[in-house]
Design a protein around this ligand. Structure first.
Ligand code: UDP
Length: 407
């Protein structure tokens, strides 16, 4: 794992000095992160790097988890979808299941942070323990696109959200009318992690070989958890439209998250729709296969992210960092990253995605220029060092309630 000083070569020494300075101001404060899974998905991806780097900077930081059974995570997945605006049937029994497991977590999870940083809705009710730690500051970090949430679920969560000292969202259009302070902080990637570091061509070739993917035909790739909102079927439909005109291959690679019980079903459906097309590679990737994902992204001619809804879309960030031409839905936080026709192409339908992919495959120079702009955009805005700074400022801000920050 890279040390903080190693980032100097990318972001310069002043940025690192600034981080050390801010870390010094957090001495004596324990920052406690709590979420529901250590692996799978963007939240775990970020915390896996954020926590050790804060610790290395000297900020006392820990990361704890809530526990839940299949019934609880079935419910929280429905809440997740509904908050993203997907139509879901939400029953009173689901709220009961949610509260039952939540109560168990309230009883069992040790909350000891001076700043308790709760990620997403699964552990949201822990805020009931706020008064058990004198002068503690509680922040709810929402990674979901809640620009048009299902009212029933939002209204159920709202009384908990209101008990926090602050809420953090990833995009300005996710902000809500709340009686607490709100902050806009975009996520980030770690340029030196196995997922994003430069790779020798030999490693990339080996991964292609392992999955029997020939390198002589253009490759279109989507990396994502198998989730309806990532629209893997739509990706196959777009590929089929492209394939009518240009010979190409499709990779859909991804794994599951322990807090996402839907993925097995989505994986099976994706396989079925892919049928026996030898140019479609549906790859189940075990968690922790970061070098493999890195290699698949680097081996691709076009990266697609055809999400129907998206929090931020770290897979887009990862692809742009690798200077790849990206076609992505204009949803959630993606337009913050893909500036249409500058750092990639935005799409809003299967036909639109296919059109954009064809355009990129037919114009390699244009594709290269978009990728290059994308890399620079990520370097300026979405690297871990910027994120560390924002989080430390956020924690410090909690001790200065008079400095009201409006989105
Ligand atoms: N990811 C992974 N293995 C997989 C699928 C995804 O490591 O099989 C990673 C991906 O590289 C990215 C994160 O999980 O870093 C997904 O974050 P994103 O914001 O794109 O979507 P989320 O899963 O949080 O909805």
């Amino acid at each position: 794992m890279a040390k903080i000083t190693e980032y100097e070569s990318i972001v310069g020494p002043h940025t690192i000095e600034e981080l050390k300075l801010l870390a010094g101001k957090l001495q004596g404060k324990l920052i406690q992160n709590i979420n529901s899974t250590a692996v799978g998905g963007g939240v775990a991806e970020i915390l896996n790097r954020m926590v050790p780097l804060l610790q290395e900077l000297g900020v006392d930081t820990r990361w704890d988890f809530i526990k839940g059974g299949e019934d609880f995570f079935n419910v929280t997945k429905k809440f997740h979808n509904a908050l993203h605006g997907k139509s879901e049937e939400i029953t009173p029994q689901m709220f009961e299941i949610f509260m039952e497991t939540s109560q168990r977590n309230i009883d069992e999870v040790k909350t000891i942070g001076n700043v308790v940083f709760i990620h997403d809705p699964q552990p949201i009710t822990l805020v009931k323990k706020k008064t058990s730690i004198p002068d503690s500051k509680w922040i709810w970090r929402c990674h979901i696109d809640v620009s048009a949430p299902d009212k029933q679920v939002w209204n159920f969560l709202a009384p908990f959200i209101h008990q926090y000292d602050a809420a953090v969202f990833s995009s300005p259009n996710f902000s809500q009318l709340l009686p607490i302070r709100q902050f806009l902080i975009t996520p980030s990637i770690d340029p030196l992690s196995d997922k994003n570091k430069d790779l020798p061509q030999e490693t990339i070739d080996k991964v292609l070989e392992k999955y029997h993917i020939p390198a002589d035909t253009p490759i279109i790739t989507q990396i994502s958890r198998f989730d309806y909102l990532k629209d893997p079927i739509g990706v196959i439909e777009a590929y089929r439209l492209v394939k009518k005109r240009i010979d190409c291959q499709l990779i859909i690679a991804g794994g599951t998250a322990t807090d996402d019980p839907e993925s097995t079903k989505v994986f099976a459906e994706t396989k079925e729709v892919a049928g026996n097309d030898a140019d479609i590679h549906i790859l189940p990737i075990p968690s922790g296969s970061d070098i493999e994902i890195n290699a698949l992204q680097r081996a691709s001619d076009v990266i697609i992210q055809k999400s129907l809804r998206e929090g931020f879309g770290l897979t887009v960030t990862e692809a742009l960092w690798k200077a790849k031409p990206v076609v992505a839905s204009g949803t959630g936080g993606i337009p913050l990253q893909v500036k249409h026709k500058y750092s990639g192409l935005l799409c809003h339908s299967v036909a639109g995605a296919a059109f954009a992919i064809k355009q990129l495959l037919n114009s390699p120079e244009y594709a290269k220029r978009l990728g290059k702009n994308g890399h620079e955009h990520i370097k300026q805005n979405f690297l871990l060092t910027r994120h560390l700074k924002d989080y430390m400022l956020l924690f410090l801000c909690m001790y200065h309630p008079e400095d009201i920050v409006y989105l």
